[in-house]
Design a protein around this ligand. Structure first.
Ligand SMILES: [Zn+2]
Length: 472
């Protein structure tokens, strides 16, 4: 056989083998009615936490999945607080991918709502309801992705797992903590997609997609000032109210050093790339901490863009003061709670020592608060993975926008999974950037989602999952 033939046959074979069969295209316009139907049904379950009652939503999802032959399991530490797991099997060539959404919502003050909070009313292009942003879109995206993978019989290189978890809003013991401790084999995966990102729209156009790849680690500190009790008519130098006030003021004024990591370095770099003028200069300046330009940019962020300032460092925020009980009594003790959010590179012991030096007062003890429930602190998710690349490609396709890796200043359930070694990415539906300040954001007096962005989010998730799990 001539050598050129061999080469061309080899080329044909290799392209055939390497070419990824494009996943069948779902009929998206037709699927919007079904997506909306499930979304509204979920919004109409009152799963306010407390008390939760997440079983209402879990049962609904389960009967839909069961009906289409997708195996499900329920896990409940308490009967009303069920977690649902569904799994589509792949050929096992690669580790599973986990799609996660939480079924509980925060409580409501019904009097503040234009449309009743569990009515799922459609109005002016929005769907209103508690959970319409946090976190029903992830439930519907996970559900629709599984249903479509099954209906279209998409061959998979890895299992696709869907977890509808309970208790995310402050009671992780019945949700992610329980699942990670007692049923980890049922949700163990290489990658996880969940809430935690932010995709702001400005003037109707997506500015960027913030993809959460790492979270700060909460360190709740308790300050306790001790002194001599006495009569309020006779001032005492060791009054614990005074010592505590000075300590709180000193911590609040403390500018902890800028500490960047892979995520925040890339975040500020890309943010500079899509910004112009002074804004771009500021984002670039903090990439080189220590100089006057970085200092000036940091000053600006502290006043004008406090979230950026927090992303640069371990942050320190006094949140609770407790001292005294009567007008004319000097108490012997006063306490304050400080919400510290550490960058993952921080050493908690060393940080507490540094905080004590800042307070510089032997009458004030600094300890880690034992009364505050914490999620297990997780590791970092890679931004050079195939998953991050798949997310970036889908974001470019659907939003014509750049992806920014983001360090979440708060905490989500992904931290528990990251601690187990799962690479977790937080991706959210797009939201008009002025909608939160107007009072329609997650946990706000009212909550709403743009219906068109809900559908686009489902398509985005589909593309990410098929790129990562489809047979290669
Ligand atoms: Zn949430």
């Amino acid at each position: 056989m001539p050598r050129t033939w061999i080469l061309s046959i080899a080329a044909v074979i290799s392209t055939t083998m390497l070419a990824q069969a494009p996943p069948p295209a779902p009929d998206w316009p037709r699927l919007e009615a079904e997506t909306l139907q499930h979304f509204q049904a979920l919004l109409r379950f009152d799963t306010s936490n407390p008390p939760g009652n997440e079983k209402l939503a879990a049962d609904y999802l389960r009967q839909l999945l069961d009906r289409e032959g997708i195996p499900t399991q329920m896990f409940a530490l308490e009967p009303a607080r069920a977690n649902l797991v569904a799994r589509l099997k792949g050929n096992g060539r690669r580790q599973p991918i986990l799609l996660m959404g939480h079924t509980d919502v925060v409580t409501v003050d019904p009097g503040k709502w234009t449309f009743p909070p569990f009515s799922a009313t459609r109005d002016g292009g929005y769907v209103y309801g508690r959970g319409s942003l946090d976190d029903r879109p992830h439930l519907v995206a996970g559900l629709m992705t599984l249903l479509l993978l099954k209906r279209l019989n998409v061959p998979l290189d890895r299992d696709v797992i869907f977890l509808a978890e309970a208790g995310e809003e402050g009671t992780t013991r019945v949700g992610i903590d329980f699942m990670a401790r007692d049923h980890y084999q049922d949700i163990s995966a290489e990658y996880c997609l969940a809430e935690g990102g932010e995709t702001p729209r400005v003037g109707g156009k997506v500015k960027y997609a913030g993809i959460e790849t790492v979270e700060k680690i909460p360190l709740p500190l308790e300050l306790t000032a001790h002194g001599t009790s006495g009569h309020g008519s006779i001032p005492l130098m060791d009054n614990p109210i005074v010592h505590l006030s000075r300590a709180v003021a000193a911590l609040a004024a403390w500018r902890t050093p800028i500490r960047l990591n892979d995520t925040t370095r890339e975040y500020f770099k890309r943010l500079a790339d899509i910004s112009s003028g002074d804004a771009a200069a500021r984002y670039r300046a903090v990439l080189v901490p220590g100089g006057a330009a970085a200092q000036a940019a940091d000053d600006y962020f502290l006043r004008q863009e406090p979230r950026q300032a927090s992303m640069l460092r371990t942050s320190v925020t006094p949140t609770i003061l407790n001292g005294g009980y009567r007008f004319n009594v000097i108490p012997s003790e006063a306490k304050a709670t400080i919400d510290v959010r550490m960058v993952p590179e921080e050493n908690p012991g060393a940080f507490i020592e540094a905080a004590k030096k800042v307070i510089n007062d032997p009458a004030v003890d600094v300890t880690i608060s034992k009364s505050i429930d914490q999620r297990t602190a997780g590791g970092t998710t890679r931004i050079d993975s195939e998953a991050f690349k798949a997310i970036e490609a889908a974001v470019t396709k659907h939003y014509q926008a750049i992806s920014l890796p983001v360090m979440q200043t708060g905490a989500t359930d992904m931290s528990v999974l990251r601690a187990k070694g799962i690479q977790c990415y937080g991706v959210n539906a797009a939201v008009d950037s002025e909608d939160g300040p107007k009072g329609f954001g997650p946990h706000s007096d009212q909550e709403r989602v743009l219906e068109s962005e809900l559908y686009r989010f489902v398509r985005l998730e589909w593309d990410i999952v098929t790129a990562l799990a489809g047979v290669k």
